[in-house]
Design a protein around this ligand. Structure first.
Ligand code: GDP
Length: 226
């Protein structure tokens, strides 16, 4: 049996991959952008949030997952969007795209607003099943990511590290990064032990992430053909 690197996620089985494929083939539509806690939509659906430093590849990953070219706009102005964007996928899963963080030139009051919005969102969202913490495969976990991990730990939100832009890292670098991220997350109780490696450019790991997220979605309505 091939041995997985520490922190590397085990392969999902064919059935899980197929459930992920079917869910993410369904319609995904934008619901609302919330710049304040009172703009966060009411929802009974299980929810998954995506968070990461500006430019980590978050928009590209959401677009790759949902098969849309520009659902989450690929931003060329890092750190500009200060709202949580909500999308509903196949009426079974809510996706929440958190504003990027860690932009070096961000003014202090923007950082404060970001923290207030994200903290309020994380604390007041019982439907939030998991946050995907996106980490650039070439850079690993940085201090702004650790600040977010503190917020997630504090709000007791379970989270999973997802490496992005894996096509840009060599195989040895990727293995080292996966192990290092896995080791660091092992010290956090709210962190999921499996680290996923993805590339929005090549599609690497996208099917596996779809499978992991489909496992959190509401079951299909009985009359629905999945
Ligand atoms: P965001 O700010 O986190 O939403 O990041 P974007 O999705 O806007 O991506 C930032 C930059 O990284 C853009 O120039 C993307 O084309 C690039 N990018 C995103 N994902 C990948 C990837 O998987 N591989 C490579 N090579 N580049 C990527």
């Amino acid at each position: 049996m091939p041995s997985a690197a520490p922190g590397d996620a085990p392969e999902p089985d064919a059935e899980a991959l197929e459930l992920g494929r079917r869910l993410f083939a369904r319609d995904c539509r934008f619901v609302v952008g919330a710049a304040r806690r009172d703009q966060v939509p009411d929802s009974d659906l299980p929810e998954v949030a995506f968070a990461g430093r500006s430019n980590v590849g978050k928009s590209s990953l959401i677009n790759a997952l949902t098969g849309h070219r520009a659902l989450a706009r690929v931003s060329h102005t890092p750190g500009r969007t200060q709202q949580v964007n909500f999308f509903v996928l196949g009426e079974r899963l809510m996706l929440a795209d958190l504003p990027g963080y860690g932009y070096a030139r961000a003014p202090k009051d923007q950082v404060r607003r970001w923290t207030a919005l994200v903290r309020a969102y994380l604390r007041g969202r019982p439907t939030l099943r998991r946050a995907c913490l996106l980490i650039d495969a070439r850079h690993g976990i940085k201090d702004p990511d650790r600040a977010l991990m503190d917020l997630l730990d504090e709000a007791a939100v379970s989270y999973q590290a997802v490496l992005t832009k894996c096509d840009k890292a060599g195989a040895a670098e990727l293995a080292t990064r996966l192990a290092a991220v896995g080791r660091e997350l092992a010290g956090h109780t709210a962190a999921h032990p499996d680290v996923l490696a993805t590339s929005a450019r090549t599609g690497h790991g996208i099917a596996e992430l779809r499978a992991a997220l489909a496992a959190l979605a509401a079951p299909p309505a009985s009359r629905e053909i999945t």
